[in-house]
Design a protein. Structure first.
Length: 744
């Protein structure tokens, strides 16, 4: 929080100020903007996507802070018109009048009315909501909802951006879940926890977002939490309580070390502001207590004078005081009640009002009820003062502790940055520390090691700490091929995998297989991919860059230009292991009855380090009815079975395309063998399709295939039961391999 609010805005809580947003820039979110723009200043890529731009307050602030380009996305027609009116002539701003969510689908935009009349341009939402004391629903319009992923694929948004800011009133989490390949360096989204008087219950919890973001490469975040008059900035703490609201700023693991000092500085500054605010409240309370003390003293003087008068009347012959007696009573009270101006060190508005009240009490000779009220107030404020003194001391101790922690964290961040720049091994350790979720590294107790030793590893990507990928010497001793060696056709579909595609190409080309058709089908990448492909163009059979309708469509286009007897496709971030092509070619030549082969899998990270192994039992056709454990990057098949199974990849699928293909191979009578060798390496990294789509799209498509095979919906219990024997075999094979009894 910046300075405490002034004027009529001062009477509102931060939650109410959120609703009255035009009173301050960007709806009283100065801390959020300062943090976001400070982080952006460290980024080379300063392109911003502003989802839920409303009338452009954040867009304006980010441009002023140095954003190179802002894509302002807003579905409400009135707000869109305002955005075009302000930014239409600005080449650095592109306005997109669409709604954004988790899926590409028609949607309803529910229109809201702020009952206070302060913000007619806000609170419209893709989520239906109940009326609150502040908001009511006043209508709805039909809109087309897009995902960030599809907007990138359509060329409406760039594939690489520095900042994604989301404020869509209830659907922020859905927007992020639909970003697909897009991986901004920084993501800011809004959350709240049960704001009953304003926007109602939160549609998701901050902890839900934190868990999902961690799985997708965003382990570090700062949560700005506001509640009533107070604001804090907490690092990596997803807990909230009723009344909390604010923004969470997530930093991709690749950039966390670069900006960690900014985040910890912001947290320390927020803590200092909180302490200062507590001191302000404590001082104000003390000032008011001073006034109350003066009032109480004057009451005591009045009571003393009344007592003196009673005594004097009792002593007088006729029961009445003479003028001299009145002077004596006044003289006896001198010194008991110093004037208000002398005793009150502060002349605030509150004190002036209190002084006036004291004068009125003097003039009316006091009153028992008023005296009793003031006494009760005094006692109550005594207790408040004691509690505020205690709170101030606690805040001071907390501030000192935060400063110590901040210095320690700053030192740690500086060491991480130094390590990251010094050597690849140290850099790997930094990324490992920040990128892997905690569950990936619970390996080190004996009981945990024993449990993992006995558990299936199929489906587990992070199995152990990254280590050097070791290839058996025999893999490099390629067999001699006869003149009848089969022609191998490999297609690599590509879209913005410039960081990895050269390693993919080399893993194929460096094998020097004599009869190879290698085609790269690029979907108009906007990163360094075109430069890489240009360097390797002479070594490739065909390179084409053209728009496609998706991953499967790119593969089909590539295969349409091949003639080889043996076919395969290799993703642009995966690799073949040395000697694989000669081994597979020789096997097909020696076994003409076999239609499809695959092998064991090595799992690697973005630095080619070995992080896991999938050792598979012999092939079981029945298992394909329930799950697909076949490593796609190791899969090769004959063209005859390809043609018999339809001669295409089913473009209706985006995730489970290889499982669908295997089921069609099986149904066409294919003879499928698992080869006793590691053939390929599957890469795990934050941008890949598999991990970012698995939770939603993958689950739907896998259930669709199971229903197709069995003619009904099957339960998880049925699936687990059907796979039990196969997984037990896998555990045996895996255990024997790790013990050295099996050599692959």
């Amino acid at each position: 929080m910046s300075a405490p609010p002034h004027g009529e805005f001062a009477s509102l809580t931060p939650t109410e100020r959120k609703e009255s947003g035009r009173a301050t820039a960007a709806y009283d979110q100065d801390t959020d903007i300062r943090l976001l723009t400070a982080i952006m200043s460290r980024l080379q890529n300063r392109i911003v996507i502003d989802v839920g731009a409303e009338r452009g307050s954040f867009t304006r602030a980010l441009l002023q802070a140095g954003a190179s380009h802002v894509f302002a996305i807003e579905p409400h027609p009135v707000n869109v018109a305002a955005l075009f009116a302000e930014f239409g002539a600005d080449e650095s701003v592109a306005v997109l009048d669409v709604a954004v969510g988790k899926y590409d689908e028609p949607a309803t935009l529910y229109l809201a009315e702020d009952k206070t009349g302060e913000r007619p341009d806000a609170y419209h939402s893709l989520f239906a909501f109940d009326e609150t004391p502040t908001l009511r629903r006043v209508g709805e319009i039909q809109v087309q909802c897009r995902t960030l992923d599809s907007l990138v694929r359509d060329g409406k948004l760039p594939a690489h951006v520095g900042v994604l800011k989301v404020d869509t009133e209830r659907s922020d989490f859905a927007v992020v879940q639909g970003m697909g390949h897009l991986r901004p360096a920084v993501i800011m989204l809004e959350y709240w926890d049960d704001l009953a008087e304003t926007v109602g219950p939160g549609p998701y919890s901050l902890q839900e977002v934190v868990d999902w973001m961690r799985e997708h490469g965003y382990s570090t975040f700062a949560a700005i939490k506001r509640n009533d008059e107070f604001e804090v900035l907490q690092i990596n703490n997803g807990g909230t309580r009723a009344g909390d609201w604010g923004n969470a700023v997530f930093i991709h693991d690749d950039f966390a070390a670069t900006v960690s000092d900014i985040v910890y500085s912001a947290a320390a500054e927020a803590q200092t502001r909180l302490v200062d605010q507590a001191k302000m409240f404590a001082n104000e309370c003390r000032n008011r207590l001073t006034v109350i003390d003066d009032q109480q003293l004057r009451i005591e003087v009045l009571e003393h004078q009344d007592a003196e008068r009673v005594l004097a009347r009792n002593a007088a012959p006729n029961g009445e005081l003479t003028a001299d007696a009145e002077e004596d009573v006044a003289a006896n009270s001198d010194g008991l009640a110093p004037s208000l101006s002398e005793s009150a060190p502060y002349q605030t508005t509150v004190e002036k009002v209190a002084a006036q009240a004291a004068q009125e009490m003097d003039a009316t000779d006091g009153g028992p009820a008023l005296i009793e009220l003031v006494i009760r107030q005094s006692h109550m404020l005594d207790r408040i003062e004691a509690r505020l003194d205690e709170a101030t001391q606690n805040y001071e101790r907390a501030r000192q502790q935060v400063q110590l922690e901040f210095q320690g964290q700053l030192d740690l961040a500086q060491r991480l940055q130094t390590d990251a720049a010094s050597a690849a091994a140290a850099r790997l350790a930094v990324i490992e520390e920040q990128q892997r979720a905690l569950e990936h590294y619970r390996f080190w107790s004996f009981s945990e090691q024993l449990r993992r030793f006995r558990s299936p590893r199929l489906g587990t990507l992070y199995q152990y700490r990254p280590r050097l990928l070791s290839i058996p010497e025999r893999y490099l001793q390629v067999p001699k091929l006869s003149q009848s060696a089969p022609l191998l056709s490999i297609v690599t579909p590509s879209l913005n995998q410039g960081s990895f595609i050269e390693r993919t190409l080399k893993s194929v080309l460096d094998q020097h297989y004599p009869r190879l058709e290698y085609i790269v089908q690029d979907a108009v990448s906007s990163d360094e991919t075109p430069l890489v492909l240009e360097r390797y163009a002479e070594l490739l059979t065909r390179v084409e860059s053209r728009p496609d309708t998706g991953f499967a469509n790119g593969i089909n286009i590539g295969f349409s230009n091949t003639t080889g007897e043996i076919m395969a496709y290799l993703n642009s971030d995966d690799m073949l292991l040395p000697g694989t092509l000669h081994y597979v070619g020789a096997y097909f030549a020696a076994h003409p009855e076999v239609d499809v082969v695959y092998g064991h899998r090595v799992v690697i990270d973005e630095y080619d380090a070995d992080i896991g192994r999938w050792v598979l039992p012999r092939h079981d056709n029945e298992v394909l009815s329930w799950a697909d454990f076949v490593p796609q990057e190791t899969l090769f098949w004959r063209r005859r079975i390809w043609d018999k199974a339809g001669g295409h990849i089913d473009e209706a699928f985006r995730f489970a395309i290889d499982w669908d293909l295997l089921l069609r191979f099986r149904d066409a009578g294919a003879r499928i063998h698992r080869l006793p060798r590691f053939l390929g390496a599957f890469r795990v990294h934050p941008h890949q399709k598999t991990s970012s789509s698995l939770q939603d799209l993958g689950t739907r498509e896998m259930n669709q295939l199971r229903s197709r095979v069995h003619g009904r919906v099957v339960t998880d219990t049925e699936v687990n039961h059907a796979l039990g024997q196969y997984l037990r075999k896998h555990i045996l094979y895996d255990r024997l391999y790790r013990l050295g009894a099996l050599r692959y």
